[in-house]
Design a protein around this ligand. Structure first.
Ligand SMILES: *[C@@H]1O[C@H](CO)[C@@H](O)[C@H](O)[C@H]1NC(C)=O
Ligand SMILES: *[C@@H]1O[C@H](CO)[C@@H](O)[C@H](O)[C@H]1NC(C)=O
Ligand SMILES: *[C@@H]1O[C@H](CO)[C@@H](O)[C@H](O)[C@H]1NC(C)=O
Length: 372
């Protein structure tokens, strides 16, 4: 029995637990410093070559920051997919494929190709930063991922990729605003590529492959903040990437495809705007979804213990058709003109909320999402 409207909600923030951290040793393919032969192997596995177009003549400071975030994110994705591949290959309990839609060999081949493609995305950002003598070229960090089953890992892959698909919109906007037309074509080609990946993750999770007519936008600051939960330590000072890091906005309720109140929490230790005497009347949860203007809902039931603020806010699903990814921020104003305008008034972010229909299955196929 399945319901037509089964729902999967991911609360990414605050899930990090104590797993042995993956090491920063080089992968056997040489990434992030492959020699010529290793690079060719990566390209063969990725089904295509690195771009051989000459670099753009110039890149703005904002453009450098965009590529620092892209490199930081792609390094993480490389390690994430490497770990999933290793877990499947080494028969780590929970990483058996429960779907009969793909053989284990096919799934491994798909994921190895994704990993190689992510490596080429990362190398493109890294060589761009090196070419323009960026003050910091992010190297791979040590990460800790919360997923302990293949289904959880693919759910996380889908959410991370959806966040990236929103963040690359912000990068393109920034390139346009700063006269950086050089990277636009290549970054657009990556947006399509990540969209192909997400269609696959969604399909294997029994969701419709195409998420929304206009994918949910995001801003660099929220993406960088979201990635911190997976980072154990980096071989460089993370604050050298000039993007603010917000406290996490934890989503404590599983969102469903209806109007409902969600509970949130945020650790606001050190925020001088908030104290025991605050009345919290001026605070909102502001949602990004699709290409809608930011949607702000006043918070209700605020409780502050001196560091952690817990509260509820409406999740206005129906009017806004909030299927797929919504990105929430705790803000001290409302009526924002666009996504970028939210950042200056954010106290905590992001909260990542997913609501997805689950498709009826052919009875011969696996049933991951129903059993989740
Ligand atoms: C899902 O699979 C499990 C084990 O294979 C089975 O027991 C269960 O009935 C299936 N659920 C649905 C909704 O098909
Ligand atoms: C790989 O398996 C280990 C052990 O269950 C788990 O801690 C880790 O998060 C898994 N990695 C990924 C990316 O799912
Ligand atoms: C709103 O938050 C921003 C960012 O923390 C802060 O700079 C600003 O002073 C706050 N405004 C009010 C009215 O509290």
């Amino acid at each position: 029995m399945f319901s037509r409207h089964l729902v999967c909600s991911v609360t990414l923030l605050g899930l990090a637990a104590a797993y042995p951290a993956s090491s920063t040793t080089l992968a056997d393919d040489g990434f992030p410093d492959p020699n010529a032969q290793q690079l060719l192997s990566i390209e063969q596995q990725a089904d295509g070559l690195l771009s051989n177009l000459p670099p753009p003549p110039s890149l703005s400071q904002a453009g450098i920051t965009n590529f620092q975030l892209i490199a930081f994110n792609e390094n993480l994705e490389v390690r994430f997919f490497e770990e999933i591949i290793s877990n499947i290959t080494n028969h780590v309990p929970g990483f058996e494929s429960k779907t009969s839609r793909y053989s284990e060999a096919a799934l491994l081949e798909i994921l190895k190709t994704v990993k190689a493609q992510e490596e080429l995305h990362a190398l493109t950002a890294i060589t761009t930063l090196e070419h323009f003598n960026a003050p910091l070229v992010p190297e791979p960090c040590i990460y800790n991922f919360p997923s302990t089953t293949l289904e959880e890992a693919l759910n996380l892959a889908e959410t991370l990729t959806a966040v990236v698909l929103g963040t690359l919109q912000d990068a393109e906007q920034s390139f346009a605003q700063n006269g950086d037309d050089g990277p636009v074509r290549a970054v657009s080609s990556v947006i399509g590529q990540e969209g192909e990946q997400n269609g696959f993750y969604r399909l294997i999770l029994n969701r419709k492959p195409s998420e929304k007519p206009f994918l949910t936008t995001n801003v660099a600051e929220f993406a960088f903040s979201a990635l911190q939960q997976f980072v154990v330590s980096c071989p460089f000072d993370i604050t050298q990437i000039p993007i603010p890091i917000f406290p996490a906005l934890n989503v404590l309720t599983t969102a469903q495809p209806r109007d409902m109140y969600l509970s949130f929490s945020a650790d606001l230790t050190g925020n001088s705007q908030i104290n025991q005497g605050s009345d919290f009347a001026g605070l909102f949860v502001t949602y990004l979804v699709g290409q809608q203007l930011p949607i702000s809902e006043p918070i209700v039931n605020p409780k502050f213990d001196g560091s952690v603020l817990t509260f509820d806010a409406l999740f206005p699903f129906t009017e806004n058709i909030m299927s797929g990814l919504s990105i929430a921020a705790l803000t001290n104003s409302s009526n924002f003109a666009n996504a970028d305008a939210i950042v200056a008034n954010t106290l905590a972010a992001p909260g990542l909320i997913q609501v997805n229909d689950v498709l009826p299955l052919n009875s011969k196929a696996g049933n991951w999402s129903q059993s989740a």
